[in-house]
Design a protein around this ligand. Sequence first.
Ligand code: PLP
Length: 391
Amino acid sequence: MRDFRAALQGIPLPAALVDLAAVDHNLAQLLAPVRAANKTLRLASKSIRCPALLHYLTERSGGTIRGVLTYAAAETAFLAEQGFDDLLLAYPTVQESDANLLAATNARGASAAVVVDDVEHLTALDAAARAAGTRIPVVVELDLAYRPLGSLLYLGVRRSPLRDAGDVVAFVERIGGFSGLRFHGLMGYEAQIAGLADTSLARRGMKRLSRADVAGQRARLVQALAARDLRPTLFNGGGTGSLGSASTEAALTEVAAGSGFLDSLLFDHYRGLQLEPALFFALQAVRRPAPGMVTCLGGGYIASGGPGADRLPQPVAPAGARLLPLEGAGEVQTPVRLPAGVDVRLGDPVLFRPAKTGELAEHFNEYLLVRDDRVVERAPTYRGLGRCFLG
Ligand SMILES: Cc1ncc(COP(=O)(O)O)c(C=O)c1O
């Protein structure tokens, strides 16, 4: 693992770095199955949170990356101001200010669609759209959790209550009753495949069975809509961990991914993903609490989700450095045990990888974009641009 010492010369720590050569590698890897299937990829912005990187990826994709999958209405409006014109907010909202922002963004000429699965979503969005004299495109989400034993077992994340094609068709038919809305498309995210590493035989087996189930459900949904002459403009599915399989499904018009371009720790144990770590943070070693150990300043950038050790960042340079199990990564101090024979001078950087990619941007004002051991650009994160969308 590179230690980026040359790039970090004279840079105040903590600092967050993006290795552009690794990003380029990941771009080629992730886009290959999408291109082969003649589909497009929508960037999951929650995993990137840095407009310069969103532009970087889009511009180098040769047209394969089209549009952004956003996570907040205010973020959607903000990205429209930054020049992105094909936006899909993947998480519903009923807040009046959010609905107004989405309506205003559409009224200004961008396409700002939003995921829905409840009539309360439709009511809130419709009121704002009519007040703004526009229409908001809506995308209906199908729940794709794996439920092999019916209601007894639910393997997936809790998103939409629309469980099957019949539920979605009935819901889509209600959209026609709202003059401020337009049925735009479908979302079906298989989190139990895309977001789950292949760390055990049981998981791999579940994922294989679920993959077939998901593909069947998405295909049946498109058929059921076509039978009613309802034709979605887009059908979005997939994530970094399922691009290979999702890209091959005829029902999907596009796939989504974000994390894989930066490749955080959580993606280390997926079969078939040949990604390179591209996002790091460097902390200053400030103490020697015991032989073979240094304590770094900062480091408590813990990822969200079910709590567990896999949410912690991990030191990667010097190679073999480890967190202490009882302290983990602390808010202002992070001790690391060094491998035998390795010394870190006080003031030197210790390099870490985060468990997830997007949340690191909430801790840093800028990402240092590094190529050939040089910082070639200081790219402001949302935070650096004074934006914080989910608090
Ligand atoms: C709707 C949706 N699609 C795709 C993704 C995949 O994102 P990533 O590739 O960053 O894992 C997510 C992440 O949670 C998501 O919510």
